[in-house]
Design a protein around this ligand. Structure first.
Ligand code: FAD
Length: 140
């Protein structure tokens, strides 16, 4: 199976609550598992950073659906590329939630070199390392 990785950034719709985000993530885990799609979703300060990895068709179709979802806006594709292996094996769609970016400042500085949370300034590899770092911390 040829693997692809898609990374995007978006902004939450104005009325979105953390409960809505948890519900999106819980349903996404079930659907992604059935599509053999893995990845991670960060939600912080009304911003989403999501990574999806899997075969080209399911990843594309899922992204089409996500693009149309009114629960977020200003979707910006950061990367869509072929990759050799999954970085989120076993994570169908893990949500990392931080109320403010100060809560992940050490990881952000480590991977991005920047000091204010701006996903658009990151490339795909940095997003992957950053999100994996946060998921590992959450697991501990
Ligand atoms: P349906 O549930 O029938 O959805 C039909 C359409 O209605 C969808 O296109 C969606 O835009 C919209 N919709 C569904 N529920 C609501 C609601 N409560 N309020 C407003 N509109 C709604 N889904 C995944 O399966 N995997 C993911 O990794 C994933 N990541 C997401 C990340 C973000 C930031 C957001 C906002 C959504 C994400 N979703 C994800 C949800 C995705 O957009 C679809 O809602 C979901 O895949 C179900 O779509 P569906 O067409 O199969 O079914």
């Amino acid at each position: 199976m040829q693997l692809y990785r898609l990374v995007y950034y978006s902004e939450a719709a104005d009325n979105l609550t953390i409960q809505d985000v948890k519900s999106i993530s819980a349903k996404a885990s079930i659907k992604n598992e059935s599509l053999l799609v893995s990845g991670g979703l960060l939600y912080c300060e009304g911003k989403f950073l999501q990574i999806l990895e899997g075969s080209i068709r399911p990843v594309n179709k899922l992204f089409e659906t996500i693009l149309r979802d009114p629960r977020h806006k200003n979707v910006n594709l950061i990367e869509f590329s072929r990759v050799k292996k999954r970085e989120f094996e076993g994570w169908e769609m893990s949500l990392v939630f931080f109320p403010t970016s100060r809560d992940f400042y050490p990881e952000y500085i480590k991977y991005s070199g920047g000091d204010s949370f701006d996903p658009m300034s990151l490339d795909g590899d940095v997003c992957v390392a950053f999100l994996r770092g946060l998921l590992e911390r959450q697991k501990r």
